[in-house]
Design a protein around this ligand. Sequence first.
Ligand code: SAM
Length: 245
Amino acid sequence: MTIEEVHLWRGSPEQQALRSQFVKATQFAYFDKQLRHPDWRGKRVLDFGGNKGNLLLDPACAISHHDYYCLDVINDAIEEGRKMFPDAHWVHYDRYNCSFNPSGIRDLAVPDLGVEFDFILAYSVFTHTTFEEMKELVAQLEQRGRTLAFTFIDPNWNGNLRWRLEKHNPRDRVETLLAESREAQWCSLVNGTELYVNDSGVWDSQTACMTYNIYYTEEFMRAQFPNAIIKRPVNDERQHCCELT
Ligand SMILES: C[S@@+](CC[C@H](N)C(=O)[O-])C[C@H]1O[C@@H](n2cnc3c(N)ncnc32)[C@H](O)[C@@H]1O
């Protein structure tokens, strides 16, 4: 059984139990390195799609809880984060996401928290939204902070797409899908099995979508965000970083 973050919130009791044993606490170290070890003291940080505040789980995290703001489309994650880190700021952003928040509101604007952020970080968030959502949300977030850093996944880096396809598909199907995506600049994968090349694929509430993953090549992201610094993965992670200032 392949278990992803969404199963912790929308999965069966068995899937929830399995996923709750998995705790990833490397996000702070990742951004700290990608952003060249900034002085985080007194810096206000928005963790966009921050879930229950996993960024704060790293004991070395240098962001003060008072300066930490988390926005996420999963209300239960926001409430759990609030319980764990009551000094931080927690806001439910009820925007539609076919996987994480299928009952949410389409195209809801990012709420104005009345704060000019020093850093806006988004780890593995635009890896689970359409291309169109990424472009629109990045444009909004650029207005809210000085530095915006978000991750994306290059399908070809370290066999990223193959790695995920192999979790969900028989071997011959994996090879067929990889052949279809060979020239792709970007592609999306619904429920681990339906691949859409240079297309965001299905993103409607009529389709039972449990997992939604999207991939962009490094070259494609450079073309989409010509002012960005694009960095390759660090710390043995799979995700690239796109930094906009
Ligand atoms: C794979 S999880 C990563 C969570 C967290 N950033 C971490 O690294 O642990 C993706 C997160 O993005 C959130 N998300 C998806 N679409 C979003 C959106 N449009 N706005 C804000 N959060 C979103 C999901 O609810 C989920 O918590």
